[in-house]
Design a protein around this ligand. Sequence first.
Ligand code: PLP
Length: 428
Amino acid sequence: MSTHADLFARAQAVTPGGVHSPVRAFGHVGGAPLFFARGRGATLTDVDGRDFIDFCMSFGPLVLGHADPAVATAAHAALDDGWTFGACEPYSLALAEWIVARVPWAERIRFVSSGTEATMSALRVARAATNRPFVLKFEGCYHGHADALLVQAGSGLAGTSAASSAGVGEVAHSTLVAPLDDLDALDAVFEEHGAAIAAVVLEPLPANYGLLPQRREWHDAVARHCSASGALLVFDEVISGFRVGRGGMAERLGITPDLVCFGKVIGGGFPVGAYAGRRDLLSLVAPEGPVYQAGTLSANPVGMRAGLATLTSMEQQDGWRILAARTAAFTTRLRDAFAGLSQPLTVVNEAGLFWMHRHTQAPLRTPDGIPADNAAWFRRFFHAALNHGVYLPPSPYEVAFLSLAHTDDVLDRAATALTAAAQEADQA
Ligand code: PLP
């Protein structure tokens, strides 16, 4: 048995599926998952000492790369000073002030320990502020695993929902579900439920079912329905926040959300999330207001200092512009290299992230347009890429992430490896 298979067998004995988060189990791609011992820059090294160019990047937080020296220095300093106090400290203040000074719709902010907590808490605030029962989400968007957000479209009329996980129960029905990219469905949900919708929550760059950028008209319609009906607009920028730019998708779209959720990049790779937004809404949160939300390790100093080091480093080196330019150049190169395949591929990119899938004529905006043979193709492609020294996120539905450690030289090697992998996986 290989080292990896052996470790995985041991892990399965003590942990459900051998993992602490499902996609890590390689269920979508087959085989035993790799066990990694360390990461540096754009490289992950497995327990056997083999190096891989990493495009998973811990699913997004590591915008500067693995073990970035500035972030490491900040985290080491935090360890030297003691790593949790459960009391007021200046580190979360510094990060909060940095963000509030730069993101105009984040008038106030509350730190939590994950993206899941951020969306769950923001929606609690929205219900309290509006005194309305429903939240509307979109099919294909993921907002963490709070019970009320583990829902999918139901079989009934516009907006109906069903739990997408066992154990969720009745709370699923407090969340309405509509398809992405469907203006008629949006109208229908608001016509029927508009007065009862506390908040609309969306990934302004849907990136959890592949990368499904939405049309301008759709974004405008969502925003219009929110302001007409009094529902709050909640942008879940857990992936896009501080990745697609300092102002996230809200800035790119020029749409001002009432509440915004952050995670991933904001903690520089440590467990940090946050929800932020209008002053009056954040004032509803305990101890200032009646919405209870707390956390033993909230605003943990290691995460706060690592997060601030990450954001200041990005700002100082014009990191968001560089990341976007490198991603655009890299994906253009992949498109050119893939042009000769017998089964064409599509490469979708937005600043700092990309997704590859079996070709479709029109850009994909909903999960149901993903070609039926995409999953089988991805299994082949993923393993071929591994053999060529590239680690992609182990699922056809997960987007790939770049970091500033993905220099031109790294991307050169990655393009060569992915081109060879695509040729090997190129079957009808
Ligand atoms: N929201 C979005 C858009 C996400 O992509 C994720 C996680 O991938 C979450 C929320 C949940 O964040 P976490 O995994 O930190 O709980």
